[in-house]
Design a protein around this ligand. Structure first.
Ligand code: ADP
Ligand code: MG
Length: 256
């Protein structure tokens, strides 16, 4: 049965999509069966993985799955060995109002994913940078939350918003939701600030596991713009090594 992990942060540009993609590839390379779910109306993950083929999925994507206009099997795309995708689509934002007005609106994704959970080891959900119905669906369907963040002042204090939302989800729809950990991203040794912020992060949230730090690397940006994982782009880079280490850490926590 798959472990379902939401990659979430209400802040944009912190590395959610980068983390989802590269963690997905790392786990697939380790022989795990991985399903990526793109629930961000900006469909960056989908575009990175299947490019213009996203246009073929107007009537079979994560949104139509949630409104029951498509079945799970027809909404799946095989990306490569061990790696499948449920794509987002440009019409996803229009589905938001429809979903808000349906019965059991917080559980639309959870229910849609249920039949295929036995087919995977990991389901990774890439989330939009907002706290709306898509993120609520994602957290309700998840066993774990993985939070990438930048080590900036607002990056650190912004964690409180995520923790508040997680508490609400635990009270209302999913009492089993666990924090897998925080992933400090875009780390640089060029100034002292990130290191100080890391210390601050540990002091402010002593109960939150802090996982492998991902370095700031141009290679990640270039890889993303070419729709490649860091392993395909430059498998020997520090960023690739960091993601591999993170994947092992995730497996260790989830599989024990
Ligand atoms: P989000 O999904 O949270 O909005 P992205 O994963 O799209 O964030 O990342 C935002 C931008 O930052 C992208 O251009 C991405 O390539 C870049 N980026 C992410 N992580 C790193 C990193 N560690 N080093 C350099 N650039 C990064
Ligand atoms: Mg994104």
């Amino acid at each position: 049965m798959a472990a379902v992990i939401s990659i979430a942060n209400q802040k944009g540009g912190v590395g959610k999509t980068t983390l989802t993609m590269n963690l997905g590839f790392a786990l697939a390379d380790m022989g795990k069966r991985v399903l990526l779910v793109d629930i961000d109306p900006q469909f960056n993950l989908t575009f990175g993985l299947i490019g213009m083929r996203v246009l073929n999925h107007a009537d079979r994507n994560v949104g139509t799955l949630m409104t029951r206009e498509s079945e799970i099997d027809e909404s799946l795309v095989r990306v490569r060995k061990n790696l499948d995708l449920i794509p987002s689509h440009l019409n996803l934002s229009a589905k938001e109002i429809e979903i808000i007005n349906t019965y059991n609106r917080e559980r639309r994704l959870e229910k849609a994913l249920l039949p295929i959970l036995p087919d995977y080891d990991y389901v990774l959900i890439d989330n939009p940078p907002s706290m709306g119905i898509f993120l609520v669906n994602s957290l309700t369907a998840s066993d774990y939350v993985l939070i990438p963040l930048e080590l900036s002042y607002f990056g650190v204090i912004g964690m409180q918003l995520m923790f508040n939302l997680m508490r609400m989800i635990r009270e209302e729809t999913n009492e089993n939701l666990k924090l897998l950990g925080l992933v400090p991203n875009k780390f640089t040794k060029q100034t002292k600030v990130p290191k100080l912020r890391l210390k601050e992060l540990k002091e402010t949230y002593p109960d939150a596991p802090i996982l492998t730090t991902i370095p700031r690397a141009i290679a990640l940006e270039k890889a993303q713009s070419e729709g490649k994982s860091i392993f395909e782009f430059d498998g020997k880079s520090r960023a690739a090594k960091a993601f591999l280490k993170l994947a092992k850490e995730v497996v260790e926590v989830v599989e024990g």
